[in-house]
Design a binder for this molecule. Structure first.
Ligand SMILES: [Zn+2]
Length: 417
């Protein structure tokens, strides 16, 4: 266990998990579980700028409570707002609309993106036009202000995604300039007063083709470190869990970054966060990752025992009371209504016992609350585990029929906790 103390006064303990609420149900589940005092080990909340407008007020990070509670509540956890520039440029249309609605982007961008979308061009040509016409219009300052207004603990430096090989050097240079501009703003502008109270984090959004090319490693390491950040993060676009080679290279990237940063920073390595992952991220804990950020699971994701043989047609055969991993490939199976009884003994599943006893309307919330409790307990176990974390992960993966994840556990793990 390692405790990382933030300039804001809050802290997180590695191995750590932050949650990424994306819907109102997610936030409701967070607060419900919080009121049951069931979220002691989840240390942070991470929200995308596109979701901030309708989730922010409900999360309550700007609210001073009427009474000071002695325990930590959701609003005492570490809060991050990701400027998510990648969502503006590559997101679905409704996500783009939400990003524009934040009012933090140059109005010409919306028009430009529309023009480019409708133009009769190949995907590569469109990507180059975005590079030439849209990127120069991106401004760092409004995106930093938005985070300050939201009262975040760690400022995330706005940065374009590096997701295409075409004119990679140009993309790299734009990304570097944005990261360095952020540092300059923190050192000199009206943001200077936050320099001692808010940490700075670089988050790079990388595509599979960029991060799995080992020749890019050192350039990306330099980019991650270019403005002497307090924390760094990696968001990877679309790598399937079955793509073993790509995943192994990602974990190698994380380990090598750690070694490289040790030398470059004189042993003051900015802790690594792995964003947008499911429990595959747990493997990251053995690959120099201090924290993972997960969306709140809302599909049926009960840790269930399978009939011999496993596979998609396996059915739960016995009620299992130990904490286990769910199977992301079979996320929609078993169906909620088939859970009679629930194959789980958490405080959410225990009282109703059967899916039939959960009213239809409450089912989305049930799943989220169950997920939060199971994850919180898993993190607790990781922190108190007497065995080495990779050994206990090996055991957990095997028990949960997730043996394919074993391949990702390195022989010589790099722990940062
Ligand atoms: Zn449960």
């Amino acid at each position: 266990m390692t405790v990382y103390s933030l300039k804001s006064g809050k802290s997180y303990t590695a191995p750590s998990l932050f949650v990424n609420p994306q819907t109102k149900e997610d936030v409701k589940a967070l607060w419900t579980m919080d009121s049951k005092k069931k979220l002691s080990y989840i240390d942070g909340v991470y929200v995308s700028l596109s979701d901030l407008k309708y989730l922010g007020p409900k999360l309550g990070f700007n609210i001073t409570p009427l009474f000071n509670e002695t325990r930590k509540t959701v609003r005492d956890k570490i809060f991050l707002v990701d400027p998510s520039v990648d969502r503006l440029l590559g997101g679905m249309d409704d996500v783009k609309q939400k990003m524009f609605a934040t009012g933090k982007f140059d109005q010409r961008i919306q028009q430009k993106l529309k023009e480019i979308k409708l133009a009769n061009l190949s995907t590569a040509e469109k990507s180059i036009r975005i590079l030439d016409e849209v990127y120069p219009l991106l401004q760092v300052k409004p995106l930093m202000d938005a985070q300050i207004d939201a009262n975040v603990d760690i400022l995330i430096a706005p940065c374009i995604p590096i997701a295409s090989k075409t004119r990679l050097v140009d993309r790299y240079n734009i990304a570097q300039k944005m990261l360095e501009d952020t540092r300059v703003l923190l050192d000199t502008s009206s943001l200077k007063k936050y320099k001692d109270t808010k940490d700075l984090m670089n988050v790079l959004t990388l595509s599979k083709s960029i991060i799995t090319n080992e020749r890019n490693f050192h350039s990306l390491f330099d980019l991650l470190l270019c403005n002497t950040p307090d924390y760094v993060g990696i968001k990877i676009d679309r790598i399937l869990e079955s793509d073993t080679t790509a995943q192994l290279t990602v974990f190698k990237f994380l380990r090598e970054f750690h070694e490289y940063a040790k030398i470059k920073t004189g042993n003051k390595v900015p802790p690594m966060h792995l964003l947008n992952v499911n429990e595959l991220g747990y493997v990251g804990y053995c690959n120099a990752v201090s924290n993972i950020v997960c969306p709140i699971g809302h599909n049926p994701s009960f840790p269930y025992m399978r009939k011999k043989g496993g596979g998609a047609t396996a059915t739960p055969v016995e009620r299992n009371t130990s904490m286990k991993y769910y199977h992301p490939i079979d996320m929609d199976y078993p169906k909620f209504s088939d859970q009679n009884p629930f194959p789980c003994a958490c405080s959410i599943c225990e009282p109703p016992k059967k899916a039939d006893n959960v009213p239809y309307k409450e089912r989305p919330l049930h799943n989220r609350k169950h997920w939060l409790e199971v994850k919180d307990e898993e993190i607790r176990q990781f922190r108190v585990t007497p065995a080495r974390l990779d050994t206990s992960l090996r055991d957990k993966f095997a028990r949960a029929n997730r043996t394919q994840l074993l391949a990702y556990l390195p022989i010589n793990p790099t722990f940062v906790h």
